[in-house]
Every structure is written in structure tokens, then in C-alpha cells.
Design a binder for this molecule. Structure first.
Ligand SMILES: C[S@@+](CC[C@H](N)C(=O)[O-])C[C@H]1O[C@@H](n2cnc3c(N)ncnc32)[C@H](O)[C@@H]1O
Length: 135
């Protein structure tokens, strides 16, 4: 199983630490690559590439998702309980996490919309739980 992560809507000044932590969490919990969309950020890329972890800026994340051969898993408070869905996840995965409000089209593009509790928290926390459960 290969797991890649797509971080949507990066905002250079506001999200630098959080997007860095999404990338660090991806690496620590066994994902193989992170994509990000939103604002292109050379300093984010430099800090992650220094760790030898692949990071790629994506101008058109919907195209990436539509062309992906992986199962698309979107982490959202409005999804189904992760405990029900995790056992169904097989093969390669592309896990999407948001930042600012995620447009509804992404919910439709995803094969699975899954929640980690019914409370709002953080893309880093949700991602860590899911990646740990997938091990
Ligand atoms: C801080 S939240 C987004 C809040 C934003 N203000 C909004 O209106 O959507 C950022 C991301 O964290 C993840 N997230 C937050 N709470 C979650 C939960 N309970 N289950 C799964 N993912 C969650 C989702 O990927 C979400 O897009």
C-alpha cells in the first residue's frame, strides 16, 4: 500500500507551520509523498526537501484527483466514522486534508469522506490518526 497526501489551499503566511506539520506527519507515519495546492511556497518546499521527503506543488488539485489511480480518501468532520471505513481501505491511497473551507466538489470526487470524531480539530491530528490506523 502506497499512501500519498494532498494538502489543499496552502496560504503562505498563515499555514507555513501547519503545512510543514502535515508534511512531517506524513513522513513520520509512513506516507511516501505530499502534494500541496493553494499558494506556491518555496520556503515550505525547501524545508521539506531538506528532509529528503518528496513535496510537489499542484496548481490543479482536482485534475490530480481525477487522474489518480489511487483510492481517494478525504478527511472531513462531515464524513463517516473512520473506524467503519479503515478496514475497507485497500491498495494505494491519496489522502486529502483541507485548510480553509473545502469546496463540496471534493466531497464528490472522494471515494471516501471520513471523520475522526465528530468534533472539529486539525488536519495534522486527523492525518496522524488515519495513518497510524492504516499501519
Ligand atoms: C481546521 S479544519 C477546516 C476548518 C475550516 N475553518 C472550514 O471551515 O472548513 C482543516 C482540516 O482539518 C481536517 N479535520 C478537522 N476536523 C476533522 C475531523 N473531525 N475529522 C476529520 N478531519 C478533520 C479536515 O481535513 C479539514 O479540512
Amino acid at each position: 500500500m502506497t499512501i500519498q497526501v494532498l494538502r489543499l489551499s496552502h496560504r503562505i503566511h498563515r499555514d507555513i507551520r501547519l503545512s510543514t506539520h502535515v508534511a512531517l506527519t506524513s513522513r513520520a507515519f509512513g506516507a511516501s509523498k505530499i502534494y500541496y495546492s493553494g499558494q506556491h511556497d518555496s520556503s515550505l518546499e525547501t524545508s521539506i526537501k531538506k528532509l529528503n521527503f518528496p513535496i510537489e506543488y499542484i496548481e490543479n488539485p482536482k485534475k490530480l484527483i481525477k487522474e489518480s489511480k489511487s483510492t481517494i480518501v478525504h478527511l472531513t468532520i462531515k464524513g463517516e466514522d473512520y473506524k467503519k471505513i479503515i478496514p475497507k481501505l485497500k491498495g494505494n491511497l491519496l489522502i486529502i486534508v483541507g485548510g480553509e473551507k473545502v469546496p463540496t466538489e471534493y466531497y464528490k470526487l472522494a471515494d471516501y469522506n471520513i471523520s475522526v470524531t465528530k468534533y472539529p480539530h486539525s488536519e495534522v491530528a486527523a492525518l496522524a490518526v488515519i495513518l497510524e490506523k492504516l499501519k
